[in-house]
Ligand binder design. Structure first.
Ligand code: GLN
Length: 498
């Protein structure tokens, strides 16, 4: 299968702040920016398949309303009038919310997710819903019922997943920012593959209300952007307590970083910042050489900026993967029970004589793709009588061990530096026949979700592979509710693309 290569994203593409300045100066209107985004989506989507749905008319209506507010002197703030995209597991009371599943192919949510609503209340324009792995289960966006998304840097490669459509849309500069969700790496890994910034906030930082649940104790919504300052800005709008999500935290939200974040946090914390480097990850033979080189350069950049580097020990990422896939599948098997063709989802046509049990079975067999079925079965098995102790409870103990190890490490350093992924974007179909190989993609990301910590993935370098320049991302993991300092620190290693 071949696809026409899309236009390369311009290296100096504007971020949300730049675009907001154009609106403020009157150089462009929201309708101009929105028409540009829609035109880019229409032009590139046949090659990238980044969008499941493009909201042409609604986006123009929202843009005109924003322009109207601005001309009346009632602009809602820095996001007012800026086009962005939403991952298709974030409910919107407009259009469809499919989670890239046949089951929800024609599902229309009666309400809008809190995080999306907060952005809409701040005036953003939603240009469309982005492609993803079905129900956010995957690391390549190949598990979508609507076909895979392709990487804008090399269309023969995956964009990562599960928020691959959001990352491809930002990486291809269709929009400057998008929301994704991260249960075990689904914001950070695709951001790394597509050369974007991807922020997974602290668990509880952003309301999960209206995010179609995969694994509720791990899921977080977060931004995928072109700059750290945009990630900070979007986080400041979507974060904060929501009475509709009992796990959302009351912790106050720090204001966005200054336009150009300083290389070290400007808080009262004693200088210089200390960066932890996990000993076992350094020079791991499991990493692509370009990733190991980028990790060393990032550590060096921190040292040059005055930071202290300390080696730390963390639990083996492969144990974290085992614990993660048990816990995530267990929670998924329970969360996805609601999709039965009666309460939610497409109903199988089984004829008048069949019973309810048969209706459930046929609807779920026809509606769910193979990876979702595999995880429901795995999750049901690890929770079943006789096995729960061996698998589920052991995984919960491992999770607690991992959480404590990260907590202890973050007592000795301000942030932990590690790769976002073991290698750059891989080829389409390279890992589809081997689920375990695909699960290993998450070796650096899942521990962070198990520990509930914030982490940001930033583009730090690119590797020349097969004549293409593929982005390499590094990850910084921070202390709970300390996204502000984390983003400031990350500016030390971020590749300057703007
Ligand atoms: N790749 C991981 C999984 O398939 C993470 C997915 C996610 O973060 N939604 O579970």
């Amino acid at each position: 299968m071949s696809a026409a290569p899309p236009d390369m994203p311009p290296a100096n593409a504007m971020d949300l702040h730049d675009r907001a300045a154009l609106l403020a100066s009157g150089e462009r209107s929201s309708e101009d920016l929105t028409r540009d985004a829609l035109a880019a989506a229409d032009r590139l989507n046949p090659a990238l398949n980044a969008f499941i749905e493009i909201h042409h008319d609604a986006a123009i209506d929202q843009a005109r309303a924003s322009d109207q507010r601005r001309s009346n002197g009632r602009s809602l703030g820095p996001l007012d009038g800026l086009p962005i995209a939403l991952k298709d597991n974030i409910c919107l009371a407009h259009g469809r919310t499919t989670c890239a599943s046949r089951f929800l192919e024609s599902y229309r949510s009666p309400y809008t997710a809190t995080a999306a609503q907060r952005l809409i209340d701040a005036g953003i324009v939603v240009v469309g819903k982005t492609n993803m792995d079905e129900f956010a289960m995957g690391s390549s966006t190949e598990n979508s019922a609507f076909g895979p998304t392709r990487n804008p840097h090399d269309p023969s490669r995956v964009p990562g997943g599960s928020s691959g459509g959001s990352a491809a849309a930002v990486g291809a500069n269709i929009v400057a920012a998008a929301l994704g969700s991260d249960t075990g790496g689904s914001i950070r890994q695709p951001a790394a593959f597509c050369g974007c910034v991807g922020l997974k906030p602290t668990y509880g930082r952003v309301s999960r209300w209206g995010l179609v649940a995969y694994a509720s104790s791990l899921d977080q919504i977060g931004p995928i952007t072109r700059s750290l300052r945009d990630a900070a800005l979007l986080l400041s709008v979507i974060a904060g307590h929501d009475p509709l999500d009992s796990t959302s935290a009351p912790a106050s939200v720090a204001p966005p970083c200054p336009s150009h974040a300083p290389s070290a946090p400007s808080t009262s914390r004693p200088e210089p910042p200390t960066i932890g480097l996990p000993r076992a990850i350094r020079n791991s033979t499991g990493n692509h050489p370009a990733v190991n080189a980028a990790l060393e350069s990032a550590a060096h950049a921190f040292e040059s900026a005055g930071a202290r580097i300390v080696e730390i020990d963390l639990p083996d990422g492969r144990d974290a993967i085992a614990a993660y896939y048990i816990i995530a599948c267990a929670e998924a098997s329970s969360n996805l029970a609601r999709f039965d063709g009666v309460r939610y989802g497409r109903r199988a046509d089984i004829g008048p004589s069949a019973d309810l049990e048969a209706l459930y079975r046929r609807s779920r067999t026809e509606g769910f793709g193979p990876e979702v079925q595999r995880r429901i079965m795995l999750g049901t098995h690890v929770l079943s009588a006789g096995y729960a102790d061996r698998y589920y409870h052991t995984a919960q103990r491992a999770r607690e061990f991992i959480r404590r190890a990260f907590q202890a490490a973050l007592h000795t350093c301000n942030a932990i530096l590690m790769p976002a992924t073991p290698g750059p974007a891989f080829r389409l179909a390279e890992k589809t026949t081997d689920p375990l190989a695909l699960y290993l993609e998450d070796v650096y990301t899942v521990s962070v979700n198990l520990a509930g910590l914030p982490a940001v993935s930033v583009p730090v370098a690119s590797a020349q592979i097969d004549g293409k320049s593929l982005p390499i991302g590094m990850q910084l993991v921070g202390r709970p509710f300390d996204e502000h300092d984390l983003l400031a620190l990350a500016s030390t290693v971020m590749l300057r693309t703007r």
